[in-house]
Design a protein around this ligand. Structure first.
Ligand code: HEM
Length: 218
């Protein structure tokens, strides 16, 4: 397979900032359309749904970084933190849209919703689990927590599953879009479950090729 042209090293840092800037464009454009009365139907619901959907997209994108490296040898690890943090900011904006615009900060109905409507309970649990991940998505925390950091950040699998489930439960009829996200998350989590064994198998397959190559070189 032809290799993708590699991005020169000096662009690695700036490209992450470009990703952050692009990542916020959907929220800014939806806010602008909402504020200028250009969102169709119930503008508040549209805005809230839009932010929730982008949160899920960024969660899925975060989980694809490892399989892309495993399967195609493309290392986009430098973008993983930005994608994860964008997912967090979108969940937070989705939650704020729900609290401020949808529920107009009426605390009792919000608490009742979180306690009694299972899809909102699951969404809230996902947001709560995202908090420690967002707070420790920095170099200092990685150095400070060592192996425990990796264990903590495995929570992202639970969060993605909760996000996809929340999406499916939020609608009356589960349609192709909900099925798509449920399947994507299922495949990405299944990859995690089998990847160590698969990569080990691939390495073992590659080993016998070496003596033959050495012979040819000699
Ligand atoms: C990982 C976390 C979350 C993700 C990925 C997420 C994503 C979504 C998505 C994709 C939708 C449906 C959009 C549509 O129908 O097009 C949705 C709906 C909804 N979400 Fe979330 N959400 C999350 C967390 C939360 C939280 C923390 C709350 C509030 C406590 C919340 C409240 C709602 C509500 C109320 C709706 C339905 C709005 C309605 O149609 O009445 N979500 N969410």
């Amino acid at each position: 397979m032809a290799a993708l042209p590699a991005l020169p090293k000096r662009f690695h840092g700036p490209s992450v900032w470009v990703l952050y800037a692009l990542g916020f464009c959907p929220a800014i454009s939806a806010f602008y359309l909402g504020a200028t009365g250009q969102l169709p139907g119930n503008a508040v619901k549209e805005f809230e749904h839009f932010l929730g959907l982008w949160a899920l997209r960024f969660l899925v994108a975060t989980l694809t970084i490892t399989p892309i490296r495993d399967l195609f040898g493309i290392n986009w690890l430098r973008y993983r933190r930005a994608l994860g943090l964008l997912a967090f900011y979108y969940v937070l904006m989705h939650f704020l849209a729900y609290m401020v615009l949808d529920q107009t900060l009426r605390i009792q109905p919000i608490i009742a919703d979180i306690a009694r409507r299972p899809f909102i309970t699951i969404g809230m649990a996902a947001l709560v689990m995202l908090l420690p991940l967002a707070a420790t998505s920095n170099n200092w925390s990685i150095r400070r927590f060592g192996q425990r950091w990796n264990k903590l950040h495995r929570l992202v699998y639970v969060i993605a599953a909760a996000g996809a489930l929340h999406f499916a439960m939020a609608v009356k009829v589960v349609g192709p879009e909900q099925m798509l996200y449920l399947s994507l998350v299922a495949v990405l989590l299944a990859w995690r479950a089998v990847r160590t064994r698969l990569l080990r198998w691939r390495r073992r397959q590659a080993v016998p090729a070496r003596p033959a190559m050495e012979k040819a070189a000699g």
